[in-house]
Design a protein around this ligand. Structure first.
Ligand code: GTB
Length: 217
């Protein structure tokens, strides 16, 4: 059955891979599932046709036959549950990998999104310069805890899983801030994720989509 996801017609990041369709593309590449991408403009996202797929008028969405999903955590979990390669077989290890997926979107991503809000949406407010260091410190706190748990392991819990895919995707959003440089083990963890062939294919595909330039090779 054809899988179709939606993505920004043109991502505001110009193809740096920071929009959330990249993590869905990455999951599909990891499990070897072909997919199609339907571009959606900002205006179309808020129209009834797209709102029927995504109640909050955002991308990405995921369509497979009569199944329609939104929320990248749920989409990646669906992909991981239906195709081998992103979740371990052992029931406890599988539950722990899913726990890391939730930790990525529920515990690590919120302060990172707060930084985007503080910088971009609230950057011109008179209190912005006082708030920014507080937001940065909350992120540092989380990164400290995450790097303590990762230790010198390659991945968060044994082999690479959907938990790592989500966590690396969330941490990548920090790159423009430079904060990852303060945590060399996390920087290396993110680099390991980016070095995976499936990530590279996903990144190249979104870059080509966003720039209109054909895929190399
Ligand atoms: N919790 C949802 C999920 O995980 O699926 C969040 C989805 C979401 O935030 N989608 C964003 C969106 O559709 C795109 S990814 N925004 C349009 C809107 O809300 O009207 C967020 C994003 C946007 C831009 C960049 N960038 O340019 O760097 C990076 C990430």
């Amino acid at each position: 059955m054809t899988i179709t996801i939606t993505a920004f017609e043109r991502s505001p990041d110009g193809g740096k891979g920071l929009a959330r369709d990249t993590r869905v593309r990455w999951a599909l590449e990891e499990v070897g599932q072909p997919y199609e991408v339907r571009p959606v403009s900002f205006a179309a996202m808020k129209q009834p046709a797209h709102l029927a797929l995504h109640p909050f008028g955002q991308i990405p969405t995921y369509e497979e036959g009569d199944l329609v999903l939104f929320e990248t955590g749920a989409i990646v979990l669906h992909i991981a549950e239906h195709h081998a390669g992103l979740l371990p077989d052992d029931a406890h290890a599988r539950a722990r990998a899913i726990t890391w997926m939730f930790a990525a979107v529920n515990t690590v991503e919120p302060p990172i999104l707060d930084l985007v809000t503080a910088r971009i949406l609230e950057g011109d407010k008179p209190w912005a310069s006082e708030r920014l260091p507080l937001v940065m410190d909350r992120i540092r706190g989380r990164l400290q805890q995450l790097s303590a748990r990762l230790g010198d392991a390659d991945w968060l819990d044994g082999a690479f899983s959907a938990g790592d895919l989500m966590m690396v995707s969330v941490l990548l959003r920090l790159r423009p801030s430079g904060l990852l440089n303060e945590f060399p083990s996390l920087k290396a963890y993110v680099a390991r994720g980016e070095a995976r062939p499936a990530y590279k294919r996903a990144f190249d595909a979104q870059l080509s989509f966003n720039t209109g330039k054909p895929l190399a090779g």
